[in-house]
Design a protein around this ligand. Structure first.
Ligand code: UTP
Length: 413
């Protein structure tokens, strides 16, 4: 069969498939494209993950919630030396790796580059990536051992992120110990349930959320590397917390000492109605209940000592056992949809950059991985020392609130 024949067969197959899915508009204009552009869009259509069209995947039935105790600040203070010793031993034995989730689009911040490239300094340059690497270096310098750092990027920001690290000599981290990998994309849907084009030759897609990181590591062939190097624990964390404490020996030691299969850093809620996901039990397994899923009774219930029963909010800093994570690979993670501003090609052939959210993107969430673990240690940390998220340009969790927290922690801006 020659190239032209196989091209025509693929075209017909994709036309039939998309028609059956009521999405044939994606290639309705195909005859007007150059042969190489036809090949590009057909290839993308063939590879596309169509699970977003199945409403089952985005609906999740929740179970029975119960509170989960945390190991609290005073309890940790008492055993800090003991936990830290266990943690440092694990780090020095090469059993701990760190995973930076940097594939997000950071649309709320409205910064045109990867969020980690944002300069949070005022009188000098201080990039978010730099803040994170400095925090990690504090641990590796004390341990006198490097911790392998895996950085998840997206198709959109991979090249720029790698270039930035290289231009800044990895902010003093050893490049030999940094491995980049790219997460997968999922198609986006408009409000009529139609897949979208981002231009005449591409179907619109967005990064598939922060819950797919381990599956993406597997696809990138990194699980063998974990195994060969004896990495038993992975500390996964978000790019946008500039006070993020990474590979914290005390946290690692506490989780190992507890015998649990995972751990989550948590902060006590500032108020019963704070908009934060809370670590709890769901049908007896560790889980995170979102603030909007909690009833008033759950939100306000208190323990005899006066603390809220559902008190501990997650900050996207988890420790997972790699052997347990391998078991999660066979399970389908729920897809959550988010209404976002998504650039698209209009029916009249114009590329529209919307000012307001116009379409849905679909994401798996790291918090759903917690539910797949047998047990999870909730490890309380001080909010003012470890949690300074940069989500928005102004207001709550913004550049200014993060700057104030950095200053409070003695960091010169
Ligand atoms: P957010 O949930 O804040 O998403 O990410 P975002 O895409 O960065 O920002 P908005 O919602 O568009 O403003 C929390 C963490 O998960 C990572 C982010 O980079 C951040 O570290 N993330 C998010 C990914 O790595 N991949 C994704 O697909 C989404």
């Amino acid at each position: 069969m020659d190239n032209q024949q196989s091209h025509n067969i693929l075209k017909q197959r994709m036309y039939d498939r998309l028609t059956a899915l009521q999405q044939s508009h994606l290639i309705a204009h195909i005859e007007t494209l150059r042969p190489e552009d036809q090949a590009q869009i057909l290839h993308q259509a063939e590879q596309l993950d169509y699970s977003v069209l199945d409403p089952q995947t985005s609906e999740e039935q929740r179970g029975h919630f119960e509170q989960l105790r945390a190991v609290t600040l005073p309890e940790i203070a008492e055993k800090r030396a003991h936990y830290s010793q266990i943690g440092f031993e694990a780090i020095r034995a090469g059993k701990v790796g760190a995973v930076l989730l940097a594939g997000g689009q950071g649309s709320r911040l409205g910064f045109e580059h990867p969020k980690g490239m944002f300069n949070i300094g005022e009188t000098r340059e201080l990039f978010i990536f730099e803040c994170l690497i400095r925090n990690l270096l504090r641990v590796t310098e004390e341990a006198q051992a490097f911790i392998p750092l895996f950085i998840m990027t997206s198709e959109e920001n991979d090249a720029e992120t790698r270039r930035f690290f290289s231009e800044h000599s990895c902010f003093g981290y050893s490049s030999r110990h940094i491995t980049f990998f790219v997460q997968e994309q999922l198609p986006t849907l408009d409000t009529d349930g139609r897949l979208m084009l981002s231009d005449r030759t591409h179907i619109a897609t967005a990064p598939n959320g922060n819950g797919g990181w381990f599956a993406s590591m597997e696809r990138a062939g990194l699980l063998e590397m974990l195994q060969q190097n004896g990495i038993e624990w992975l500390n996964v964390f978000a790019v946008d917390n500039v006070l993020q404490s990474i590979a914290d020996p005390c946290f690692i030691g506490a989780v190992i000492d507890s015998g649990m299969t995972s751990g989550a850093k948590v902060v006590a809620k500032a108020a019963p109605d704070e908009k934060v996901g809370v670590l709890c039990l769901e049908d007896g397994r560790p889980s995170i209940v979102e603030y909007y899923e909690m009833t008033d009774e759950m939100r306000t219930r208190r323990e005899p000592d006066g603390t809220l029963s559902y008190n501990y909010g997650v900050i996207l800093n988890y420790l997972f056992r790699t052997d347990q994570l391998s078991q999660t690979l066979t399970k389908q993670m729920p897809l959550h949809r988010a209404f976002k501003k998504i650039r698209y090609l209009s029916d009249t052939g114009r590329i529209i950059k919307p000012e307001e959210p116009n379409a849905y993107k679909f994401e798996t969430l790291a918090l759903d991985m917690v539910k797949m673990q047998e047990s999870c240690l909730a490890f309380e940390v001080e909010r003012s020392r470890e949690f300074a998220p940069v989500k928005n340009a102004t207001g709550v969790d913004s550049v200014n609130t993060a700057r104030a927290l950095l200053r409070q922690n003695g960091i010169r801006l």
